[in-house]
Design a protein around this ligand. Sequence first.
Ligand code: F6R
Length: 604
Amino acid sequence: MCGIVGYLGEKNTKEILLDGLKELEYRGYDSAGIAVLQNGEFSNYKAIGKLVNLEEKTKDFITKGFAVGIGHTRWATHGKPTELNAHPHLGESSYVVHNGIIENYAELKKELIADDVCFLSQTDTEVIVHQFEKNLKFSTNAFEAFNKTINELDGAYAILLTTKSEPQTIFFAKRGSPMLFGVNNEGEKYFASSDTPLIGHAKEVNYFEDGDYGYVSKNEIVILDKNSKQIKPIYIELSKNKLSAQKDGYRFFMEKEIYEQSAVILDTLMGRLSDDEIIFDELDNNIFEGINEIKLCACGTSYHSALSASYLFERYAKIRTSVEIASEFRYREPIMEKDTLFIVISQSGETADTLETLKMAKNAGLKTLVICNVDNSSMVRLADATILTRAGIEKGVASTKAFATQVTIFWMMSLYIAKIKNSLKSEEITRQISLLREIPASLKVSNEMHEKLKRLSKRYLHGHGFFFIGRDIFYPLALEGALKLKEISYLHAEGYPSGEMKHGPIALADPELFTIALLPEHLHYEKSKSNVEELSARDSTICAISSKEFDKADDFISISKCTDYMLEFFEMMVVVQLLSLEISIRLGNDVDMPRNLAKSVTVE
Ligand code: F6R
């Protein structure tokens, strides 16, 4: 996830920008850069990879006296992680940094190219600086040009812009992406996309609202709201605790990451959907040539997303698909044939068991693909092809947003393969693409839902066990729900196929057995309902999750009415994540660091 810093003041501008960027490292990035305007001249440095590379490049660069600086860490979306694509982006005499997406960048770029503007990067951001310079030619001052420019942008943004025509000023605008501004008693002024870079520097901060824009110079702070009315900054004292600032007000990283899911899916989808097809620029057209089978291999939560893929791949892409637990696969002398595409799934890209299976597949001469959240990880370096999930850094040990992005990628892949194999009608692909665009809305956490789950959680702190049950693709979701609960609450939980309960586990049914029943309206509803009724008849305590009223449940969690079972999948996923979180918080557990678990399992 991208990060922004900005500074106006007399102190060592370079160090302040680099320190600020370091505080944003935890969000994940693949390149970084700074631009400093001092004595009317710009100095600009960019580097791919970690910040040490940027530090190395700037080691002989010295800033002294008053300067204006902007900096950025970039998590690649439009265009690869290269130096040219790293921010800040340069026009003729101005630099810009930006978080978010400029949705109409292609149109603006076309017009600018027609005016002979030369673009250096593949990013959407670069249009901002060129559009600003175009407007500057017809404006009475830089602020007028900046104002015109932001009015021409569609999409979400947090922007900082500096220009030689106003060498002691930073122009800013915020819509949809977070940004704040801070001051101290020494007259220094700071910008950042989250609190942490400002801790220890700024005394008090103003959080910009959507639509705010303006400029800050040595002697002036001008903020206008979305109606272009000048407003006074509302300063609040800045927290002194860096860790709590990184949590942005949430109690745990896991909670923050559950809430972030809606936004990260936008990143996962970005640039990958057209009206009638899925675009994976990162895949060679011929990757599926000669492939008759797909084998997916992973551990834990990533294994559960692989299981969901198997339903989607066989249903939509009509391709034989099998799923393997990596730690099992590596020792069971499996048959590996060259017409199989071998896909590994990993949030970290470092899990030892999964990495080993990737090596085995490569040695056997299979085509390999990794679905991963961490660029440059061991699996990404090894596999023939990579699709990045773009979930941003996941800090909570219990995986949430990584799972959401993995399932989204698999849904997209099933349509991508369906198109190649002609296994779905084009109208159906178009319909499903429009459903994909609805995932972010399905993942939004409503206050009402969260409050309900908080209240409900107190009834589920004991008992002799939980069964999460579901059919079809809701079975992997049941497995995932049970895994979330057991790893952070330390209560016993199992995921089970609803129809399988009567073949044994139903013997456990009594009021102290808690059944969390996933009842999607749009997939095998009647069948799943009968299975839950069988448990209810044996006095198991039932908590049903559905958009359809269900009177046999002790507790009922109502999700929104959806038009498709996949949207119900995402709605229910949020519910099981939050329920596990709230039960575990009530039990007094540290949900971010559950006992005995590590975020990246690099041992066998
Ligand atoms: C559970 C969890 C683990 C991981 C597993 C694989 O919440 O996070 O089960 O999913 O250790 O890790 P990755 O995906 O990094 O290979």
